[in-house]
Ligand binder design. Sequence first.
Ligand code: IPE
Ligand code: IPE
Ligand code: MG
Length: 254
Amino acid sequence: MVAYPNSVAVAEKATEEVGVATVPAHVAIIMDGNGRWAASRGLPRLAGHRAGAQAVRRTIEAAMRSHVGWLTLYAFSSENWRRPAGEVLDLTGLMRHYLRSEVAELVREGVRVRVIGARRRFEPDLQRELAEAERRTAHNTRLNLVMALSYGARDEIVEAARLAAIAVRDGRLDPAMLDETAFGELLSTTGIPDPDLIIRTSGEQRLSNFLLWQAAYAELMFLDVLWPDFSTEHFAAALAEFSRRERRYGARPA
Ligand code: IPE
Ligand code: IPE
Ligand code: MG
């Protein structure tokens, strides 16, 4: 069973400040709809991705104000490499730009950055920027920001299975000892609590290879708003809805 360390600890404080009874310790967001946002304005897709980056800034602020301990943002999937080369270049260019312009602010604000996903697929200079963002923010504790970049849950699970197989082969792991906790520690999210709430914008109702293992008991919310239009009010409304949901984990209703 996975623990949810922050939920209870922050609940009382959060009740005063945002009027919500139970704040999720970990909110994960599938930031979808940039292309449609741009198309609806007759703009190139890049304009949508740029506006999406602004929504990222707002959302990080909102998460901090709400005392959410962990925020995971799905910005680029392992399948997004299938997009036209020009769009991939635009997206990686925006990541570079974002890191260069925001890391100093993240350091100041107390945000700790961690990247999950196949970062080896990015250009070496971008890999360096990612490592640098993690290094410079490593001492921060106010908000843990997990960036899912070139991330795919199936990739991640297969990699964990491979690590387990190697450990067994090398005599470091007894197969009988491989339980959910031990397996979870082989995933890229080791040390990160499972998401309590997963939000997807743009109206699509699917996970698109996001945190498949970790989402086992997450509350899911599919919002009819395109990511660039996602506001602090949408975030607050999602937290309010979360606090009204009853989580049972398979147990008998109270
Ligand atoms: C989300 O917006 C950003 C990424 C997946 C990189 P999309 O680019 O998927 O926008 P839509 O879904 O085409 O509107
Ligand atoms: C999911 O969005 C991935 C991210 C938001 C990063 P997509 O737009 O890639 O998902 P599909 O293709 O509609 O499932
Ligand atoms: Mg999309």
